[in-house]
Design a protein around this ligand. Sequence first.
Ligand code: NAP
Length: 308
Amino acid sequence: MHQMIIIGSGPAGYTAAIYAARAGLEPVMFASSVAPGGELMNTTEVENFPGFPEGIQGPDLMQKMQEQAEKFGMKLVFDDVTAVDLAGEVKKVTTSDGTVHEAKTVILSTGSAYRKLGLENEEALTGHGISSCATCDGFFFRDREIAVVGGGDSAMEEAIFLTRFASKVTIIHRREEFRASKIMADRALQHEKIEVLWNTEVHEIHGEGQLTGVTLNNTVNGEKSELAIDGLFVAIGNDPRVSLVEGQLDLTADGTIAVEGRSSRTSLPGVFAAGDVIDPTYRQAITAAASGTAAALDAEHYLSALDN
Ligand code: NAP
């Protein structure tokens, strides 16, 4: 039986792994088989992670975190966790091939998933003009006109990045004020290739097999208009990934895993949670990393109490 299983390989998971591995707990991490490394794998330049004054590419930062955790003895498994049974003293984690892995503690650092607009055609045209990842798909839109939906930092970042390829980027935002930080908003607003449509939402998505355009709705007067675009990047935030633990752990009204105060302790003993999956507010790489530290330390205390 393992001392610790960590589910999820973003900054929270890797930081928990670094601390736990250094404490000799030989943690096993299950990283997704298709998208290991978490959200930072989809980011370009990370400018606000302390210690990198020149900035660092998101995937490079994750690579470094992985190396650091492996250096101290973390075992990394690229497999998807399909089920968990967390109630007993022995925690059971099932992976995609049906293998059941046992551990005394589990740290959940499953992060959050891209939110969708929820419109007809959205699913069908995803990958055919609709995307949530500019770094993954921006290249396909060279000299094309595209739009980004959202008013947060993600939308600004996507829009600014996409100006490298697109001839024009339209930001569609449902209010008349961005939620994004001032520095990111200013960069977008000042960019010559970026235009903003305020008080506007996407009403319908058009295209058969390939996106051709959208119908827009003015949120103030209800007026409809058409926008011909080849690409639509949806950057309207994330929802915590809790499907594995729904029904087993208490959740908050925000949909995150409930933890006790500032700790990482969930509603079940021996089960800890860290990163975006417990954080509806800050959701930064550095806050996720800090929360991973708390989870490793909380798990360590729990394990030493078990031994006594
Ligand atoms: P966010 O801050 O939650 O912003 C989501 C945006 O999408 C909001 O402007 C929201 O509009 C809009 N929105 C939500 N649902 C919508 C819907 N159904 N239709 C249309 N618009 C919708 O999410 P985020 O931008 O992904 O950022 C998440 C966190 O990561 C934040 O803490 C952010 O600071 C951080 N982040 C930081 C960086 C960076 O510093 N480089 C980069 C990316 C993300 P309203 O404003 O009207 O609610």
